[in-house]
Design a protein around this ligand. Structure first.
Ligand SMILES: Nc1ncnc2c1ncn2[C@@H]1O[C@H](COP(=O)(O)OP(=O)(O)O)[C@@H](O)[C@H]1O
Ligand SMILES: N[C@@H](CCC(=O)OP(=O)(O)O)C(=O)O
Length: 373
């Protein structure tokens, strides 16, 4: 077995490893995780830590929730737990390292905005250059349903892509992906390797059985799909198991390895596909015999059948065909009001003048074609 040649690694640690008893942070598993990080750095790998656990770590600061509490009061309480637990968690990590660490709290609202995304990238790169360990979590206290990623598996993949990492390790409470949920099926078999993420792989994955985990295996597959399409090898391993970390350090695979795509997406295309979310949709007329990229690149105003939602020039939009197929995500060169005006007036002269002045609805370099599983 060869020693790993990781240059930049994102390590995602779940809540159960931070606060296993929900009685504040415990060093029980953190010690092994910290040692792993130290060893990776010693062998020249840059490490970024995505640490869940603020809610689990902060829970003990709050009295029992009365049964009659409303859903919105429960959400408010969780946010307060996250605020209290985050500092506790950062302090627990900090105690284990003799090098500096830095906290980055993110929401999907930050990651899907191209300007903020680039600013996050710069910050991560600068911290790494200065050998400071970035510790990232979702900013749970400010998120709303519309703004949040919602689970740190997907967040870790978005971070790995933003940081141009080559490896993502997701530490779970189970050895890896099984062909069915092992908590429900005694005959479930561990899948050591996944070369391509297909619907059959998604069909294996179920939800979480614990009250501290978020998303179960499904969000881990989603994360792996995001990561491998950016050329990032992704492991799911058992974070409770010390030997899993020793195996990784000598080039072994103690869990499930999702192999990086051999032809990964370009950075902007990946961001558009997997991180940016669409602000609206245009339904377009497809031309038989034209390939998708030819079609999207030459998308002129007279091909638009319908405009849905409100978006401005520069926003990400979804391009769909009349039969509902998701063709592409793209950066719009026109805002929705102007597009609606054009489609409603069906004036060929106006359309051609606008296309001459402003170009096609989307530019060739700003299109991410969507694959269909
Ligand atoms: N096919 C599967 N293989 C492995 N675990 C699965 C599968 N389907 C569902 N699960 C569940 O996913 C859990 C892991 O995810 P989760 O509970 O979110 O914890 P964490 O994020 O801490 O890893 C497993 O303990 C198991 O209950
Ligand atoms: N941001 C949340 C964790 C969300 C989450 O995905 O949790 P987990 O499934 O334990 O990785 C927190 O810090 O409590």
């Amino acid at each position: 077995m060869k020693l790993p040649t990781w240059k930049r690694l994102v390590l995602k640690v779940g809540s159960a490893l931070i606060a296993p008893e929900r009685q504040g942070c415990s060093s029980r598993y953190l010690l092994t995780l910290a040692q792993f990080i130290v060893r990776c750095r010693a062998q020249g790998t840059q490490v970024i830590l995505v640490s869940s656990g603020s809610i689990a770590a902060g829970a003990h600061r709050f009295p029992e929730i009365p049964p009659a509490t409303t859903p919105s009061a429960r959400v408010a309480l969780k946010k307060a737990m996250a605020a209290a637990g985050q500092t506790e968690m950062m302090a627990a990590w900090d105690k284990l390292f003799d090098f500096p660490s830095a906290q980055i709290l993110l929401t999907h609202g930050d990651l899907r905005d191209r300007e903020r995304y680039e600013s996050i990238r710069e910050t991560i790169f600068t911290l790494l250059e200065h050998e400071i360990l970035p510790i990232i979590n979702e900013n749970d206290t400010v998120t709303t349903d519309a703004l949040k990623v919602g689970d740190n598996d997907n967040l870790s993949a978005m971070v790995a892509a933003a940081a141009d990492a080559d490896t993502l390790i997701i530490c779970s409470d189970i050895d890896g992906l099984y062909d069915k949920n092992p908590h429900l099926h005694a005959d479930a078999r561990l899948q050591p390797e996944v070369k391509r993420i297909t619907q059959a792989i998604y069909d294996m994955a179920g939800g979480s059985h614990s009250d501290v985990g978020t998303g179960g295996m499904r969000t881990k597959i989603e994360a792996a799909e995001k990561a491998v399409s950016h050329g990032i090898d992704t492991y799911i391993i058992n974070g409770f198991n010390e030997s899993a970390f020793s195996a990784l350090l000598v080039g072994g695979n103690p869990g499930t390895l999702f192999h990086a795509d051999e032809r990964p997406m370009q950075e902007l295309q990946h961001w558009m596909t997997h991180t940016a979310s669409e602000q609206g949709e245009v339904i377009v007329q497809t031309v038989p015999g034209q390939t998708l990229d030819e079609h999207c690149a030459r998308l002129s105003c007279n091909k638009v059948l319908e405009v849905r939602g409100e978006f401005a020039a520069g926003d990400t939009i979804l391009v769909r065909s009349k039969d509902g197929t998701r063709l592409a995500k793209a950066r719009a060169n026109y805002g929705s009001s102007l597009l609606i005006f054009i489609t409603e007036h069906d004036d060929p002269e106006l359309t051609s003048n606008l296309t001459d002045a402003q170009g096609s609805i989307i530019s060739e370099q700003d299109i991410a074609l969507l694959e269909h599983r």
